[in-house]
Design a protein around this ligand. Structure first.
Ligand code: MRU
Length: 360
């Protein structure tokens, strides 16, 4: 997407240095900073510490991680396999991570020459990245039809609520939930976005709001728990969120708090859409509730808040004492029955097995 009239991606490959460049999402919205990665373990660390987060972005970065591992350890050596295993298990919920690793490992599995494997791994990772970007663009085009329809009916600015960050930062380019919003803005459809702050890490307040601000799209950051009231008051026309894993029956894992928005949307007859590329579908798993692994992150994310000090430093402050227990599930699961439809690059599908099987 365009930042200061320059087209940038959250993950990209630098051919001059053979390094992978990532935007350090931990510094936003205060500073736009990049990190260069040249080893697979640096890739794994950047996914664990959430310099890069968002299912499609970590999938693409993981694909490049395998390429870096071939360079470092040679093809299919024990050290290569161990490093790929560590990467694949860096975070458990978003299926894109394992898919990104597998795509490149499968492409090179017959190779015995490291040089040929390195080239093949890089070509595969780049092709995967390009196809993910293309999928997000198509998600935007498909989702745009829904926004357009609402605008034609109401002749008013379309109020869209979103949770977490499923914009271009989370997806290399365009985004999933935000792609239809960017497309609608480009077509001059009047919009306003309710941005859930998304505790504990505030991806909404920090990342989604920053992306919308950069694009000049009107938005308001709201506490996570305000969405229900806004829906009751008729101030939300639709909800669009991203996804980290969608099972065959349409159950969807996404950032914690998504389920509660879907419940509120159902109670208020507000359409609730999930936007995701095919790479986020887990076609081998029938249902999500009780089955999809839910990442539990450290208590510090709940007990502390990050912000900027008057001197411009990013600092952590405690919001309750160490002796207070805390729990931190990073994701929840929205049952298919609460999902109006799933916007993909291949079209808009109902959240059920028959429809989702057509994506295979
Ligand atoms: O824990 P995160 O920030 O990696 O969470 C993933 C997400 O960004 C969201 O769940 C998002 O809505 C889906 S990924 C586009």
């Amino acid at each position: 997407m365009l930042i200061d009239r320059k087209n940038i991606q959250s993950v990209s490959f630098n051919h001059a240095t053979s390094q992978v460049e990532i935007i350090d999402q931990r510094s936003l919205p205060f500073r736009l900073e990049w990190i260069s990665l040249s080893k697979i373990d640096e890739v794994t660390t950047s996914i664990c510490n959430m310099s890069v987060r968002g299912a499609p972005a970590i999938g693409v970065l993981a694909a490049f991680g395998v390429y870096l591992a071939v360079q470092e350890y040679g093809v299919n050596t024990p050290a290569f396999n161990e490093a790929c295993h560590r990467l694949k298990n860096a975070r458990p919920t978003a299926i894109n991570l394992a898919k990104g690793v597998n795509i490149v490992m499968n492409a090179i599995k017959e190779q015995s020459q490291t040089e040929a494997a390195t080239k093949m791994a890089l070509d595969t990772a780049i092709a995967f990245m390009e196809s993910e970007i293309d999928s997000c663009k198509r998600i935007g085009e498909n989702g745009l039809t829904l926004i357009k329809k609402i605008h034609e009916q109401t002749q008013k600015p379309v109020n869209i609520l979103t949770h977490c960050n499923a914009g271009w930062l989370a997806c290399v380019d365009w985004g999933t939930a935000l792609a239809p919003i960017f497309m609608a803005h480009l077509q001059s459809i009047p919009l306003h976005v309710w941005v859930d702050e998304t505790r504990p890490r505030n991806q909404g307040a920090r990342l989604t709001a920053w992306e919308l601000h950069q694009a000049g799209i009107p938005f308001t950051v709201i506490p996570d728990n305000s969405g229900g009231l806004l829906m009751q008051e008729g101030n939300v026309d639709m909800v669009i969120t991203g996804a980290d894993r969608i099972t065959l029956n349409g159950d969807t894992a996404n950032k914690t708090g998504t389920y509660l928005k879907a419940l509120a949307a159902k109670d208020n007859d507000v359409p609730f859409y999930i936007a995701a590329p095919s790479s986020t579908f887990d076609f081998d798993t029938e249902k999500g509730v009780g089955v999809i692994p839910i990442e539990q992150r450290h208590r510090g994310e709940v007990a502390e808040m990050e912000g900027i000090s008057p001197s411009g430093e990013i600092i952590l402050v405690k919001i309750f004492p160490n002796e207070f227990p805390a729990m931190n599930h990073a994701f929840d699961i929205t049952p298919a029955r609460l999902i109006t439809a799933i916007i993909t690059e291949k079209g808009i599908f109902n959240a059920n097995k028959n429809e989702i099987s057509r994506l295979l």
